[in-house]
Design a protein around this ligand. Structure first.
Ligand code: ADP
Ligand code: MG
Length: 704
C-alpha cells in the first residue's frame, strides 16, 4: 500500500492555466485584455490571442504536453476531442518547431458531419467550428496518451446554430445575469456587477471488478445488466450507506481525488451510497459552466482511474435491477460577483422581502415549466429511476420546508404573513412580512426540487447525463420569472406595496407546485393529478415539451435557443432513445442466443443423463425429472420471447427515424425485452451456478 503523502495545497490546480499562471506569464496588457473578455464577454483580438496562445503552449510543454485539443460537448452526451500536436512543418534543417497560434487557440474547425445535428445539417452543410470559452480555464490532462492541453470550447455550425451544450448554457447564464441584475437594482443594489448561477453536482456511480465486467456483454455494450436475478441479499440492511470504505475502493478514490485536484476540480465529499458497490463524489460548487465542464472531467476521471485499479466504473442510471440506481443531485443557487447569494434569506426585513420575491419567482418558473425541467432530466437510463420508488418521482414539485410553507400559507390566506415558525420578530411596514432565518434542519429526500437552506437541489438528473440541460432550463425559466416581475415592479408607484402584492400573487397562483410530503407515495400521484401537475413517466413522453409554443417563446425571448435549435434537439433526443433501446435489444438477443440457450441445452442434457442414470440404477428419479421439466418449460418461454424480440426489434429498426420510431421502441420493444428477461432470471435461480455462462449479481456487487 502506498503511504506517500500528498500535499493537496501544492498539487491543486497545478495543471490548470488559471489566473495565477496567467498573471505570472502574460504581459500586463494582455492579461488585462483577457480578464476583460472573461468578465464582460468582449471579443478577443488576434494579437492578444497570439500572445496568450504562445504562453499557454510554453506552459503546457513544460507540463509535458505534446498535443492540444479543443474539448467540447456535442449532443452525444460525452465530450469530444480531436488532438493536434504542436509540431510545425519541418524546417529546411529537417527539424520542427513547436507552435500554437492565437487563431488555433480561439477557433477550431472539426468536421461536424459525424455529430448529431438533428436536421440542422440540412441548413448548414457539414462544417462546424469550435470557439474557445475563456471563462472555463484550459488544463493539461495526463493519461496514457501523454499530456494534452485541453481547451474548453463551444461548438457551433457555420451559420451560428448551437450544436453543443455549452453554447446555450452560456446564453442562459447571460439571460439570468441580466434579469437578476434588474431585480437587484429594484431593491437598491447598485454595487453588484454580475450574477452567476452556482452549481454543485453530486455524482453517484458503481464500481465493479473489471474481469467480471468483461464477461458481461450487457455491461460492455449498454452499461447496464439486461439479465440478472437478485442475490439473497440486496440493500435492505442499509449497511453499505456511509459504511467504511473498503481498501480497494479507498485506493481508487485517493487516485481520483489526486487527478481531479491537479486539474482544478474541487473534489470534496466521498462516501458509499445506498446500493452495494455504489459510491458518491461531490465537488465544491462552482460557476455553472465550470461546474458542467468539471462534471465531465469527473466522469472521465472515474472511468480512467477505475481501469488502472482493475475496476470498471458504471455511470449508467440503473446498472442493476432491484437495487438503487444512480443520479446526480444538481445543487443550484444564484450569486453576485460581490458574494450575495440571492437564495439566502438574509438578515433584514428588506433582504427577506427580496428573498421571498426570488423564491416565489422560482415557484412560478417551476410551475409554468415543470415539463421542461422534467425533460431536461430525461435520458434512456433515467426511465428506470424516475417514478420507481427510489429516485424522485417523475412528477415535478417543490419542497420548501415548514417555515417557508407556513409563511406562504399565511400570505395566501390573509394577504399578510405576520410571523414565522422559526424566526420571531414581526416586521411592520405597509404590509407585514416576517423575519426568516436559514433553516437547514428540514430535509426531504423524496422531493425532486427541494429548497435546502440557501440553494435548490434538483434531484432528477441521471448519473450519466450532462448537467448542462437542467441548468440551461433552470437559468432560463428563472430569468423569465425575474423579467416578468421586473416588468411589473419597474412601473409601480409604491414599490413596497407592489412587491408585497406580487409575492402574494405568485404564491397563490403557483401553490399547487409546493409539496412537502412523501413524494414516493401512491397518494401523491393521485393528489398531483388532482392539482393538474404533469406526470411524465418516460423519456419519449417528455421530449415534446421542448417544442411547445410556450417553450419556443421562452427560449427565443431570452436568446437561448431558436425554434430550429429546439426542433433539432428534440429530434436528437428521439434518435438517442431509439438507438439506446435498439442496442439493448440486440445485446439481449445476442446473449440469449449465444450464451443462455446453449447453456440451457447443455444443462438439460446433464439433467436428462442424470434422470436416465438414476432410473437405470432402479431409484426414483422424480425430483430430477421435475427439475428437468421446469427448466425445459422455462427454456421454451425463453425461446418464444427471444423470437418475439427479434421480430419486434426488426420491425422497429425498419421505421423512419424520429418520434414514431422512438415511441415504438418504448411501447413495443421495451416490453418484449422485459418478457425475455423474466424466464432467464427465473432459470438463474434453478440452474447450477457452474453452468451459468456469466458472473451473477452477487459476484458483481458483493465481490468488488
Ligand atoms: P447532501 O448530500 O447533504 O445534499 P453534499 O455535501 O453531498 O450534500 O453536496 C452538496 C453540494 O451542494 C456540494 O456540491 C456543495 O458544494 C453544493 N452547494 C453548497 N452550497 C451551494 C450553493 N449555495 N449553491 C450551489 N451549490 C451549493
Ligand atoms: Mg451528498
Amino acid at each position: 500500500m502506498s503511504t506517500e503523502k500528498i500535499n493537496v495545497a501544492e498539487i491543486f490546480g497545478e495543471n490548470v492555466f488559471n489566473d495565477t499562471v496567467m498573471q505570472e506569464r502574460l504581459p500586463k496588457k494582455v492579461y488585462k485584455n483577457l480578464k476583460k473578455t472573461i468578465e464582460e464577454g468582449k471579443e478577443l483580438d488576434l494579437e492578444t490571442a497570439d500572445v496568450i496562445a504562445h504562453e499557454m503552449k510554453e506552459w503546457a510543454i513544460e507540463k509535458g504536453a505534446t498535443h492540444y485539443t479543443h474539448w467540447f460537448l456535442p449532443l452525444t452526451g460525452v465530450t469530444a476531442e480531436k488532438h493536434d500536436s504542436f509540431i510545425s512543418a519541418p524546417l529546411p534543417s529537417g527539424k520542427v518547431l513547436m507552435s500554437f497560434s492565437g487563431k488555433e487557440l480561439i477557433k477550431g474547425e472539426p468536421d461536424a458531419s459525424s455529430f448529431p445535428s438533428g436536421g440542422l445539417r440540412a441548413t448548414f452543410e457539414a462544417r462546424g467550428y469550435t470557439a474557445w470559452d475563456c471563462t472555463s480555464p484550459a488544463f493539461v490532462r495526463q493519461d496514457a496518451a501523454g499530456a494534452t492541453l485541453c481547451i474548453p470550447t463551444a461548438f457551433c455550425s457555420y451559420t451560428g446554430e448551437a450544436l453543443d451544450q455549452k453554447t446555450p448554457l452560456l446564453r442562459s447564464m447571460e439571460a439570468i445575469n441580466k434579469q437578476a441584475l434588474r431585480l437587484l437594482r429594484l431593491f437598491g443594489n447598485t454595487t453588484s456587477r454580475k450574477v452567476t448561477p452556482s452549481v454543485g453536482p453530486e455524482q453517484e456511480y458503481f464500481l465493479v471488478d473489471a474481469e467480471k465486467f468483461e464477461q458481461r456483454k450487457d455491461l460492455i455494450y449498454t452499461g447496464r445488466t439486461l439479465f440478472g436475478a437478485m442475490p439473497p441479499k440486496g440493500q435492505e440492511l442499509d449497511d453499505h450507506y456511509f459504511g467504511t470504505i473498503r481498501q480497494r475502493i479507498a485506493a481508487f478514490m485517493k487516485d481520483v481525488n489526486e487527478e481531479l485536484w491537479k486539474v482544478g476540480v474541487t473534489a470534496k465529499t466521498q462516501h458509499n451510497e445506498v446500493a452495494p458497490a455504489q459510491h458518491e463524489l461531490a465537488p465544491i460548487y462552482a460557476e455553472a459552466n465550470i461546474a458542467v465542464d468539471h462534471n465531465q472531467i469527473v466522469m472521465q476521471t472515474l472511468k480512467r482511474v477505475a481501469c488502472q485499479h482493475g475496476l470498471k466504473c458504471l455511470l449508467h442510471e440503473k446498472p442493476f435491477a432491484g437495487v438503487n440506481g444512480s443520479g446526480k443531485h444538481n445543487n443550484w443557487s444564484i450569486t453576485t460577483d460581490d458574494g450575495i447569494n440571492m437564495l439566502d434569506p438574509g438578515k433584514t426585513p428588506h433582504e427577506n422581502t427580496q428573498f421571498l420575491l426570488v423564491l416565489t419567482c422560482i415557484l412560478r418558473a417551476v410551475n409554468m415549466h415543470a415539463d421542461l425541467l422534467r425533460e431536461s432530466a430525461a435520458d434512456p437510463g433515467n426511465d428506470h429511476r424516475l417514478g420507481a420508488n427510489e429516485a424522485p418521482p417523475a412528477i415535478i414539485s417543490v419542497f420548501l420546508g415548514e417555515q417557508l410553507e407556513d409563511v406562504l400559507d399565511q400570505l395566501i390566506s390573509t394577504g399578510e404573513a405576520t410571523h414565522s415558525l422559526k424566526g420571531g420578530k414581526l416586521e411592520t411596514g405597509v404590509r407585514t412580512l416576517p423575519e426568516l432565518s436559514k433553516d437547514a434542519t428540514d430535509r426531504n429526500r423524496t422531493s425532486p426540487f427541494a429548497f435546502t437552506g440557501n440553494k435548490f437541489e434538483f434531484r432528477m438528473v441521471g448519473s450519466r447525463d450532462s448537467i448542462a440541460s437542467p441548468n440551461i432550463v433552470l437559468n432560463t425559466i428563472v430569468a423569465e420569472a425575474f423579467a416578468d416581475a421586473c416588468d411589473v415592479l419597474e412601473k409601480a408607484d409604491d414599490f413596497d406595496l407592489a412587491v408585497h402584492d406580487l409575492i402574494k400573487k405568485y404564491a397563490t397562483e403557483n401553490q399547487r407546485i409546493v409539496f412537502n410530503g412523501d413524494g414516493y407515495s401512491e397518494a401523491w400521484v393521485e393528489e398531483a393529478e388532482k392539482r393538474g401537475l404533469p406526470n411524465i413517466r418516460s423519456m419519449v413522453e417528455a421530449i415534446p415539451a421542448m417544442v411547445t409554443d410556450t417553450a419556443v417563446d421562452l427560449f427565443e425571448r431570452f436568446g437561448v435557443f431558436t425554434k430550429a435549435e429546439l426542433e433539432s434537439r428534440a429530434e436528437i433526443q428521439y434518435e438517442t432513445y431509439a438507438k439506446a433501446i435498439n442496442i439493448e435489444a440486440r445485446t439481449m438477443i445476442d446473449m440469449a442466443s449465444k450464451q443462455f440457450m446453449p447453456a440451457f441445452i447443455k444443462y438439460t442434457k446433464t439433467l436428462a443423463d442424470t434422470v436416465n442414470a438414476v432410473t437405470a440404477a432402479g431409484a426414483d428419479a422424480s425430483v430430477q425429472n421435475e427439475v428437468l421439466n421446469e427448466v425445459t418449460a422455462l427454456m421454451g418461454e425463453t425461446k418464444k420471447a427471444l423470437d418475439a424480440l427479434v421480430k419486434v426489434t426488426d420491425e422497429a429498426a425498419a421505421k423512419e427515424e424520429g418520434a414514431v420510431q422512438a415511441n415504438f421502441y418504448h411501447s413495443d420493444v421495451f416490453p418484449a425485452m422485459e418478457a425475455l428477461r423474466a424466464p432467464v432470471d427465473k432459470l438463474e435461480m434453478i440452474v447450477d451456478k457452474e453452468a451459468w455462462p456469466m458472473p451473477s449479481y452477487g459476484d458483481l456487487i458483493f465481490e468488488v
